[in-house]
Ligand binder design. Structure first.
Ligand code: NAP
Ligand code: ZN
Ligand code: ZN
Length: 383
């Protein structure tokens, strides 16, 4: 590890510890639904575990709702490699603040409703953090399955409580109910950030590849920003939904043999939102772009999958990636959804061992229209 990364880690530790004395915290135990060693990942179990230390700038949340992201499936199923055991996933978390660390200074109060996405901590002082790019900090801690500077492995939101640095807890506007706010915290901002950074608006033509949880939000947001939207799915079974979501054009890329010719040269930006690329002929995607167009991928498929860049040559286009969004961008997204009264498509499932097993199984087989939100946390974990 480099010296600069070592110093950032020690700085992270300082950020956790420096401000006044540690809060001892009332919370002695967290209960959650976890994937555990020795059983199938699709048979999660209810477990209790010790909370992380509540540092001075941490807040404690009692969870009300948690969205189910494609990344939860990848991580629980081991697609990205080994995971901590037991592991509680979930990083689309909405909860009420029940404790505020003694060094908090961003204005959160007990009783506030806040959201936490896929990021729980960053160094807050590097050039990336200081330019509202905290998600690109080389020392970010993810909301689950990531080590904190003190060694604690983060645990996610399929749980009674979550503890997080105040900077990554974002107030939720009153007119967005918790089950609809939850998926915005990771999936929503992952769809929104590349649109925002590409200045999508009236006159822009945007393609969205993969109409799943994130893709369906990308269609809604791109349309609401004023763009012309092309939904690119594998088959025709999502056509009616995509048009209702706001798509102007629908492509069934596995069924329609000539889509890359029919819709050639029509798009300025393509956002790839697929959880896997095995069933899609990625080589054909660039032909949809105009000169100077851009493909941005947010996909994090299985570690074994690779993207071949050869077809991108000689097309005058660029390719990039995007990861979640910064706290400032999440605030912009919440404000946008609140003001435009946008409604994402969510199916609520009460949290329990059986409920999490069901959402794992159905997400894994693509049987979701279009995002699950786990709810009824009080019933499972107590008020
Ligand atoms: P999701 O709800 O499961 O949707 C994934 C979509 O991908 C499916 O609806 C399907 O769309 C398409 N797809 C599935 N299998 C495919 C295959 N074999 N070949 C081609 N296309 C396939 O998942 P999600 O929550 O939207 O997440 C999508 C991806 O984003 C995941 O890899 C996740 O880890 C990643 N992610 C990235 C970030 C980031 O910051 N970059 C953040 C969150 C999640 P169609 O049926 O329309 O073809
Ligand atoms: Zn996610
Ligand atoms: Zn940083």
């Amino acid at each position: 590890m480099s010296t600069s990364s070592n110093s950032s880690i020690s700085r992270l530790r300082q950020i956790e510890e420096q401000l006044t004395e540690r809060n001892m915290g009332e919370l002695k135990e967290i209960t959650g639904i976890a994937v555990v060693e020795g059983t199938e990942w699709t048979s999660p179990k209810k477990v209790s575990f010790k909370p992380k230390t509540v540092y001075a700038r941490d807040i404690v949340l009692k969870v009300e709702a948690c969205g189910v992201c494609g990344s939860d499936i990848h991580c629980a199923a081991g697609h990205w490699g080994p995971r901590n055991n037991p592991l509680v996933v979930g990083h689309e978390i909405i909860g009420r603040v029940i404790e505020v660390g003694s060094g908090c200074k961003e204005g959160l109060k007990v009783g506030d409703r806040v959201g936490v996405g896929a990021q729980a901590l960053s160094c807050l002082e590097c050039s990336r953090c200081e330019s509202e790019n905290e998600q690109y900090c080389s020392n970010m801690t993810g909301t689950y399955n990531f080590p904190y500077p003190d060694g604690y492995i983060s645990q996610g939101g399929y749980a009674s409580h979550v503890i997080v640095h105040e900077h990554f807890a974002i107030p939720i506007p009153d007119n967005i109910p918790s089950h609809l706010a939850a998926p915005l915290m990771c999936g929503g901002i992952t769809a929104f950030s590349p649109l925002l950074r590409s200045n999508v608006g009236p006159g822009t033509s945007v393609g969205v590849v993969g109409i799943g949880g994130i893709g369906h939000m990308a269609v809604i947001f791109a349309k609401a920003l004023g763009a012309n939207v092309t939904a690119i799915s594998r088959r025709s079974n999502k056509k009616d939904d995509a048009l209702k979501l706001g798509a102007d054009v629908y492509i069934a890329a596995v069924e329609d043999k000539d889509w890359h010719k029919t819709y050639a040269n029509t798009l300025d930006l393509i956002v790839v939102c697929s959880s896997s690329l095995t069933e899609l002929d990625f080589d054909r995607i660039p032909s949809l772009l105009k000169v100077g167009g851009k493909v941005l991928s947010i996909a994090i498929p299985e570690a074994s999958e690779r993207l071949v860049l050869r077809p991108l040559l000689l097309k005058g286009i660029s390719i990039g990636t995007s990861v979640i969004g910064s706290p400032a961008e999440i605030k912009k997204l919440l404000d946008f959804v609140s003001k435009k009264n946008l409604k994402i498509w969510v199916e609520e499932v009460p949290i329990s061992e059986a409920g999490v097993a069901e959402v794992f199984r159905r997400m894994n087989s693509g049987d979701v229209r279009y995002r699950f939100s786990l709810v009824d946390f009080d019933k499972e974990f107590g008020a």
